[in-house]
Ligand binder design. Sequence first.
Ligand code: URA
Length: 228
Amino acid sequence: MPDPAVAEAMAGRQVRHDNVYMNKEKALKLLNEEQLAYCITHSKLHEGTTQAVPGAGNSDTDILFIGEAPGQKEDETGVPFVGAAGKLLASLLESIGMKREDIFIANVIKHRPPSNRDPLPEEIEVYRPWLAGQIEIINPKIIVTLGRFSMDFILGPGFSISQIHGQPKRKNGRVVVPLYHPAAALYSGNLRPVLFEDFKKIPKIIELVKEEQTEETNVHTEKQKNLL
Ligand code: URA
């Protein structure tokens, strides 16, 4: 019977944070504390907000969804995507047989911008290590970006969401699925069916990524066998 800590580490559920092995939930909690302190000393964005909204969900997931920034309901509750856009996200997930508990949801910016304005470039920079740290800890195989701010964050500048929405890309060993933000579909009704269509591709992408993973493991095992 392997040591439970070793088994956890082998299953990828343990990560190294500050040179100590711990489970992902604990690592995320420490990251939140560290980055909250950093952001409130390097940006005024938190002023006038109720609380930070770091992200929520299953930290052992293979799929990370990234939005833009909290809105009013998220500021009140501390939970991402619980307002009108969140309700649409829940319907989109349900339409493909998924639940919030299956995924992790984070935002580029963790404090609500005044009157829900767009985040400023300097704010994105201050909050960058927070989201980058979450990605490193969760280590998802698939990242679904919602809207152009998270798309730019993950893919870099130069892409247009109207051109690449729903088209999976590879970046740093992960599959990135750029999608419209649910709020955009609330404002512009004709984007709603587009978003539902794009969401339909997610289960297939998950399947393909799993197949790739199995093939990689088989090749790895074959190579190990050949070495013995
Ligand atoms: N929009 C976002 O981008 N994130 C939220 O958490 C809520 C709305």
